[in-house]
Design a protein around this ligand. Sequence first.
Ligand code: ZN
Length: 178
Amino acid sequence: MQTKNRSDNIVERADGASDDINVAQPVAVTDEFWMEQALAQAMDAAKMGEVPVGAVLVGEEGFLAAAGNSPIRLNDPTAHAEILTLRQASEALKNYRLPNTTLYVTLEPCIMCMGALIQARIGRLVYGATDPKTGAAASVYTIGRDGRLNHDIEICGGILADRCGDLLRAFFKTRRAG
Ligand code: ZN
């Protein structure tokens, strides 16, 4: 799915819809492919009793890292899927900056994770479901695109949002039932 040449990624949206996506950037076809990988990470997290959120980091050459939400398992309040993914990629690339990468995550990131994405200087964030209670990319805060920090992130929300949200709703429904 992922092509090496960025210009090859330019795909016209079949429905002709205009939205925030810059047509010069990789668009929905590629985004959905990577969001599927993030969903797989989220499903793995659910199996381990974690809130099902998953993330994948993609660079210009393709896949870099992936992780599921793991704070309970790791006894670590910072072990969100996004943070673990950034750590893995930084370790692999031996670089604490991750420019020209795209982070795919099934749920709109929290304040902490938006802060980490800024620290890492990622170029683009694509998320699935919105989080009206703690989302910091669009819902509660607009970190990374309000021009108030030294780095802005291109942000695209709502990719496979229904499936990303259904996974969370099903998880919490099961937990309440238990
Ligand atoms: Zn977070």
